[in-house]
Write a protein that binds this ligand. Sequence first.
Ligand code: HEC
Ligand code: HEC
Ligand code: HEC
Ligand code: HEC
Ligand code: HEC
Ligand code: HEC
Ligand code: HEC
Ligand code: HEC
Ligand code: HEC
Ligand code: HEC
Length: 475
Amino acid sequence: MARRPRTAKKLAQRIELSYFQRPQPLRRWRFILSVAFPALALLWLAVAGLSKNRTPYSMGAVSAPHALFGQKCSACHVADTVSFRHPVTDQACLACHDGPIHHADQEFTPSCSSCHVEHQGRIRLTAVRDVSCTQCHANLSTRFGAPHFVRTVLSFARHPEFAPLRADFKDPGTIKFNHSVHLVAGLIGPGGRHVQIACDDCHRPGTPRGSWPYGAPGVENITFSGGAQYASQQVATPSSFHPTTAMQERAELAYMAPPTYANTCFSCHALQFDARFPDSVPHDKPEIVHAFLVENFQKYIAAHPGAVREPAALPRLPGQPVVQNVHAVTREEWITEQVATAEDLLWRKTCAECHALNFSGGNSLPAIAPSRIATHWLPHANFSHDAHRMVTCVSCHASVASSQLTSEVNLPSVRVCQECHAARASAAPAGCFECHTYHDWSQEKVYPGKFSLRDLLKSSRNVVAQPPVAELIRR
Ligand code: HEC
Ligand code: HEC
Ligand code: HEC
Ligand code: HEC
Ligand code: HEC
Ligand code: HEC
Ligand code: HEC
Ligand code: HEC
Ligand code: HEC
Ligand code: HEC
C-alpha cells in the first residue's frame, strides 16, 4: 500500500488559528492567581506593617518565655548598619538577664544563640543539644594549665565513670558503721526485740516525713539544716555547680540528710555509764559529758552519803567479775574516782564503738573527730533522689548489703544510670543539660529592666497565641 504524502499544507490545516482568541478557564485562572497572590502578600505585609506585626519576616514562633515580646524583633535582632543585616547579639540577651560564663579558664565563649536556639516554637530553651557541650568536652583544653577533669566526654553512652568510683577514693566519714551487720534479718533491737531494719530508718531527705523508729523520744521533727557536706576535695577546684533557686527548693528532697545518733542509733546504742543511774550521758562533746558526770555523782553522794564505801557499779557483761576497789574516803575523792571510772568506760568502749577519739594535746579529755558524713558526693552534677522514688534503694546502691567499712563507697556506677538514661525513645532523657549546669550562677549579675510595658506589649498586639500574663509571671 502506497503511503499518503505529508505536505506542509496538510499539516497547517490541522492547526487551529483562533486558539489564543478563544477564552480558556485554566489559563484565565493562571493569570488571575499570578496577579492575586503577590497582591494579597503585599496587602498582608502592608496591613502587618501598619499594625507593627513582624510575623511575616519571622522563621517561626519564639519560645514561651519570650513570646510576650516575640513581635519586637529588635529586642534580640540588632541592626548592623554596615551589612544591613540584623544579627542576634549576646548584648541583646544581656539587656534582660545574665548568662554568666561557665569557667574562667574556658578557651572561648560561645554565643548565647548557638546554644539557646530560637524560632523553633514552644520548645524548652534550656534543652541545649549535646554538641553545644562536646564542642569543648570532646577534647577539653583550658587557658591555664591542664584540665582538672576527664578530657573526653562524647555522649552519655560513653560517659566516664564518676570520680568517687575511680581508684583510691575513700569515704571521708569517721563514724564507724557496718551496713552488712545491721541489715541482717533478726537484728537485736530495742528491748531485745528482733527487728529488720530498713534504709529509710536511717536515711531520709532533708525534710523528714514520719517518725524515726530508732530515734530518741522527741526528735521526730528535727530537720536537717547542716548545709552541704562535700565528699570530695576536688570541690576546691572551680565548679559550675551553683544551683538555681528552683533547684535549691528541690534540693531538700534531692539529697539524703546525714544520719544522726539521736535520730537513728539512740534506741539500740544507749550511752549508759553506771548501773545506779537510769539515764545515759548526753550525746555531746566530752567536756559536756564530763560536766554531766560530775553533777550527777555530786547529786548522788548528797542523797546517799554512805555510798563513799560503794564500788563503782559499771554496766558489765554476764560472767565478768565485779570490780571491787573500796578505799575512798572523802566525797571529793569519791566523785573524782567515780567520774574517772565512768569516763574510762565511755572513752575506751562506748564512744569508741562509733568514734575515733584523739587523746593528744595534753588535754585530760579526748577530742572527737568531726563526723564528716557527706551529703554531696557528685558536686559537678545535679541528682535528685526524689525523681527516682520509683526504684528501690538497692537497685542503685547494690553493694550496701555487703558493705562492712565506712571507708567503702556504695554509690551507683555510671553503668546503672545508663540502663535508663539513653538516647532511645523508650528511655529517660540523656542530654548533658539534664544532669549538668552550664552557667556559673554564683557570678550572676542582675540588670535593671530597660523596656517599658508599652515597648513590650504594644508591639505584640496582633499575636493570637499569647500565653496569659499570669502564666508568664508564674514562669
Ligand atoms: C527572643 C529573641 C528573638 C526575637 C524576639 C526574634 N528573634 Fe529572630 N532569631 C533569634 C535567634 C536566637 C536567631 C538565630 C540567630 C543565629 O543563628 O545566630 C534568630 C534568627 C532569625 C532569622 C534567621 C536569619 C538569621 O539572622 O540567622 C530570621 C529571618 C529572624 N530571626 C527573624 C525574626 C523576626 C522577623 C522577628 C520578629 C517577628 C524575630 N526574628 C524575633 C532570636 C529572636
Ligand atoms: C526583653 C527581655 C529579654 C530578652 C531580650 C531576652 N530574654 Fe530570655 N527571658 C526573658 C524573660 C522575661 C524570661 C523568663 C524569666 C526568666 O527565666 O528569667 C526569659 C527566659 C530565658 C531563658 C530560660 C528559659 C526557660 O525555659 O527557663 C533562656 C535560656 C533565655 N531567656 C535566653 C535568652 C537568650 C539566649 C536571649 C538572646 C537571644 C534572650 N533570652 C533575650 C527576657 C528576655
Ligand atoms: C554552651 C551552651 C550555652 C551557652 C553558650 C549559653 N547558655 Fe544559657 N544555658 C545553657 C544550659 C545548658 C542551661 C540550663 C542549665 C543552666 O542553668 O546552666 C542554660 C540556662 C540559661 C538560662 C535559664 C536560667 C534559669 O533560670 O533556668 C538563661 C536565662 C540563660 N541560660 C541565658 C543565657 C545567655 C544570656 C547566654 C549568653 C550570654 C547564654 N545563656 C549562653 C547553655 C548555654
Ligand atoms: C567553651 C568550652 C566549653 C563549653 C562549650 C562547655 N564546657 Fe564544660 N568545661 C569547660 C572548661 C574549660 C571546664 C573546666 C576545666 C577545668 O577547670 O579543669 C569545664 C568543666 C565542666 C564540668 C566539670 C566542672 C564543673 O563545672 O562542674 C562539667 C560537668 C561541664 N564542664 C559540663 C559542660 C556541659 C554540660 C556543657 C554544655 C551545656 C559544657 N560543659 C560546655 C569548657 C567548656
Ligand atoms: C542503722 C542505720 C542505717 C541503715 C539502716 C542504713 N544505713 Fe546507710 N549509712 C548509715 C550511716 C551511719 C552512714 C555513714 C557512714 C558510712 O559511710 O558508712 C551511711 C552511709 C550510706 C551511704 C553513703 C556512704 C557510702 O557508704 O557510700 C549510702 C549510699 C548508704 N548509706 C545507703 C544505704 C542503703 C541503700 C541502705 C538500705 C539498704 C542503708 N544505707 C541502710 C546508716 C544506715
Ligand atoms: C552508736 C554510735 C555512736 C556512739 C556510741 C556515739 N556516737 Fe557520737 N556520733 C554518732 C553519729 C552517727 C554522729 C554524727 C551525727 C550526729 O551529730 O549525731 C556523732 C557525732 C558526735 C559528735 C559531733 C562530731 C562532729 O561532727 O563534730 C560528738 C562530739 C559526739 N558524737 C560525741 C560522742 C560521745 C562523747 C560519745 C560517747 C559518750 C558518742 N558520741 C557515742 C554516733 C555515735
Ligand atoms: C535496731 C538496732 C540498732 C540500730 C538502730 C543501730 N545499731 Fe549498731 N548494732 C546493733 C547490734 C545488735 C549490734 C551488734 C551486731 C553484731 O555484732 O552482730 C550493732 C553493732 C554496731 C557496731 C559494731 C559493728 C561491728 O562491726 O561489729 C557499730 C560501730 C554500730 N553498731 C554503729 C551503729 C550506728 C552508728 C548506728 C546509727 C547510725 C547504729 N549502729 C544503729 C543494733 C543497732
Ligand atoms: C537512681 C539511683 C538511686 C536510687 C534509686 C537511690 N540512690 Fe542514693 N544515691 C544515688 C546517687 C547518684 C548518689 C550521689 C548523690 C550526690 O551526693 O551527688 C546517692 C547518694 C546517697 C546517699 C549519700 C548522701 C547523698 O544524698 O548524697 C545516701 C545515704 C543514699 N544515696 C541513700 C539512698 C536510699 C536510702 C535510697 C532509697 C530510698 C536511695 N539512696 C536510692 C543514686 C540513687
Ligand atoms: C544522667 C546524668 C548525666 C548525663 C546525661 C551526663 N552526665 Fe556528665 N556527669 C554526671 C555525673 C553524676 C558526674 C559526676 C560528677 C562529680 O563527680 O562530681 C558527671 C561528670 C562529668 C564530668 C566530669 C568528669 C570527671 O570526673 O572528671 C564532665 C566533664 C561531664 N560529666 C560532662 C558531660 C557531658 C559533656 C555530657 C553530655 C555528653 C554529660 N556529662 C552527660 C552525670 C551525667
Ligand atoms: C530506673 C531507671 C533510672 C535509673 C537507673 C536512673 N534514672 Fe535518672 N531518671 C529516670 C527517670 C524516669 C527520670 C525522670 C525523667 C523526666 O523527668 O523526664 C529521671 C530523672 C533524672 C534527672 C532529672 C531530675 C530532675 O529533678 O528533674 C537526673 C539529673 C537523673 N535522672 C540522673 C540520674 C543519675 C545520675 C543516675 C545514675 C546514678 C540515674 N539518673 C539513674 C530514670 C532513671
